[in-house]
Design a protein around this ligand. Structure first.
Ligand code: AMP
Ligand code: MG
Length: 327
């Protein structure tokens, strides 16, 4: 089956084409800024401006004609409403024009399912989902994808970006912080915030911004200390979820998981407990339409059907609200 997937939960507008498990194209346009964060109306304008070109380029890359598409899948939840609307409306428009079925999927679950698709030996992982807006430790348990731990305030990427903004860097700031951090090995103590299985970043950010403003610390040292602390928090919660669920696989997802230091820390933790960590290629870690197409396809194959007239965005839907019909 040939499926077209649309991702538009936040900064990325992307269209992928899959022929069953084969990713024919995974094309994206990424909203960036010179300085400052995402402005919702500009984001919506960006997605509307690029959507037709992204479609055209994705079809060309896949060497597929629009009429060959048999199923449309789009990211329905969770995300920023102005961005979600663009993807949802475009998906409906295409499904109506082509007279083919449409499926709306959950973006967080898609991160986990694309990992299982890419690594067949990774059958039942704990997902460390570390992205801009989301930070969740998710695993399949008792028939659902359950959130074992999560952020109580910002997503980890937003926290990194916020500190980067304070340093005067443009979005996305996370990769720039990784670069600055790699120049230091000097750990400066900052708060470590794990509460039960949850994490939060607000206090850490305030503390770091104060330290930066005091001009007593080097920027490299602050970036290094930020990474060491927040990644250790995520690895701790992931390890406890693995122990509790008796799972032997850790899967990474989300843009922050592109960070080499986070990947290394996960790998060390897994090796120490006889487990294995799986890291998809960057194009599948960041927000990507291939994972949306794939989840749409497996939902469809499990019998899920959605009505084009009733389908809508669900900006606040939670991972554990999803009825898992395909496992
Ligand atoms: P996503 O929302 O999953 O597409 O991820 C976007 C987030 O990932 C942004 O907050 C980026 O700053 C962050 N990010 C991307 N690459 C890296 C990196 N190498 N290190 C840390 N954060 C990163
Ligand atoms: Mg994401």
């Amino acid at each position: 089956m040939i499926v077209l997937g649309i991702e538009s939960t936040a900064h990325t507008f992307g269209i992928a084409i899959l022929k069953d498990k084969e990713v024919l194209s995974n094309h994206k346009s990424f909203y960036t800024t010179e300085s400052g964060g995402i402005i919702p109306n500009e984001l919506k304008e960006h997605h509307n401006r690029v959507k037709n070109d992204v479609l055209k380029e994705s079809l060309e890359k896949a060497n597929i004609k629009l009429e060959d598409i048999e199923l449309i899948s789009f990211s329905q939840s969770p995300g920023m409403a102005p961005a979600l609307h663009v993807g949802c409306n475009f998906a409906k428009e295409l499904a109506k024009k082509l007279k083919i079925p449409i499926i709306g999927v959950n973006h967080c679950v898609a991160h986990l399912e694309i990992g299982r698709m890419l690594f067949p030996e990774c059958k039942d992982p704990v997902l460390l989902y570390a992205s801009g807006a989301n930070t969740q430790i998710i695993a399949y348990d008792g028939g659902k994808y359950r959130i074992f731990g999560e952020t109580l305030d910002n997503g980890i990427g937003n926290a990194l970006d916020s500190f980067g903004r304070h340093l005067g860097l443009g979005f996305p700031q996370g990769p720039k912080i990784e670069k600055l951090a790699s120049a230091s090995k000097n750990y400066i103590e900052i708060p470590y915030c794990v509460k039960g299985m949850d994490v939060n970043f607000g206090g850490i950010l305030t503390n770091l911004k104060q330290k930066y403003n005091s001009k007593k610390y080097s920027t490299d040292d602050l970036c290094f200390s930020l990474q060491e602390t927040v990644f250790a928090m995520l690895v701790e919660v992931s390890e406890r979820a693995m122990a509790h669920c008796e799972k032997k696989e850790l899967l990474l997802g989300g843009g922050v998981a592109c960070n080499k230091r986070l990947q290394e820390m996960c790998d060390i933790m897994c090796r120490e407990r006889g487990a294995k960590s799986f890291v998809p290629a960057n194009q599948f870690l960041v927000d990507n339409p291939a994972m949306i197409a794939w989840l749409g396809l497996i939902e469809y194959n499990s019998g899920v059907r959605m009505s084009i007239d009733d389908i809508d965005i669900k900006p606040y839907e939670r991972t554990d609200d999803i009825n898992v019909t395909w496992r």
